[in-house]
Design a protein around this ligand. Structure first.
Ligand code: SF4
Length: 217
């Protein structure tokens, strides 16, 4: 086996343990060894009816899921493309549409080895809808986001995912200079809501597709 094959083997073994723990927490979970495989699984999971919510996941972008739905003609709640140019009140109204979507497609900032999901959000609509609103939530999560402990999961969310998301969006926060969090407490911070999802209720509403590739932030 070469190094890549050994890494793939390690991730698949870790995912097998993690899936069992996630299922005990009420999540549906499965493993895809590649982004292409994950894309097919996710497209098969999305129901034919109702609006599809695309909520700011670089992982979903990287595996081509968002591009698929943008070209599909389906009714979308698509923050990346539809919020541009809206004033604060219009943006607020648009963001609330996600709560009535049939399905939401997103990711998590980190997962701990016991299967809990960790997220940091700026406005709160992404984490709120993950918890309540859309009938189904499908999360694409690269195995690079799986952390050994809750402390490591928070460190990953705060010190890796948040600075990279700040950089991607082009915000003037100090993490975009140093690539680490300064707990800035600025109005422009995107780190306002910190959530742990411990279980899925109803059982099976949140569906996690673990992927054996380095994906997302
Ligand atoms: S709290 Fe501020 S400095 Fe830290 S990652 Fe968030 S935006 Fe950047």
């Amino acid at each position: 086996m070469n190094d890549a094959e050994i890494k793939a083997w390690q991730w698949e073994c870790q995912a097998g343990d993690l899936i069992k723990k996630m299922e005990k927490r009420g999540f549906k979970a499965c493993y895809a060894s590649t982004g292409a495989e994950a894309r097919k699984i996710i497209l098969d999971l999305v129901p034919d009816r109702g609006a599809v919510g695309l909520l700011g996941s670089q992982t979903m972008n990287q595996i081509g899921v968002y591009a698929h739905f943008r070209a599909s003609g389906r009714e979308l709640v698509d923050h990346a493309t539809q919020l541009k140019g809206l004033g604060p009140e219009e943006a607020h109204d648009y963001r609330r549409r996600i709560f009535l979507a049939e399905v939401m497609l997103a990711s998590a900032n980190a997962v701990d080895a016991d299967g809990r999901l960790y997220n940091i959000d700026g406005v709160g609509n992404r984490v709120a809808a993950m918890i309540y609103g859309p009938n189904q939530v499908i999360l694409a999560v690269g195995m690079n986001k799986v952390c050994a402990s809750p402390e490591e999961a928070w460190r990953r969310a705060r010190q890796t995912a948040s600075p990279m998301n700040n950089k991607r969006i082009g915000l003037p926060n100090p993490c975009t200079k140093s690539a680490r969090c300064h707990d800035c407490q600025l109005e422009s911070s995107i780190c306002n809501y910190f959530t742990i999802i411990d279980r899925s209720k109803p059982v099976g509403r949140i569906n996690v597709v673990l992927i054996g590739e380095l994906l997302g932030y």
